[in-house]
Write a protein that binds this ligand. Sequence first.
Ligand SMILES: [Zn+2]
Length: 65
Amino acid sequence: MPVTLLCPNLRCRAILQVPDACRGKKVRCGQCGITLSVPTAGGQTPPAENRGQSIKAESSEAEKP
Ligand SMILES: [Zn+2]
């Protein structure tokens, strides 16, 4: 799953997609040539689906007598 980054250069602000293997490394923006580091933690999108499943499980248990 590729990592989507926003170029920190305010004059560029290009959206970069780098492969997951580039986490923790530095990549170069193809438009302005600035070097930016790829964050290692992939917590940008929280697992909302898992939370929904847990809530459903709790409600189903509550419905049981
Ligand atoms: Zn750039």
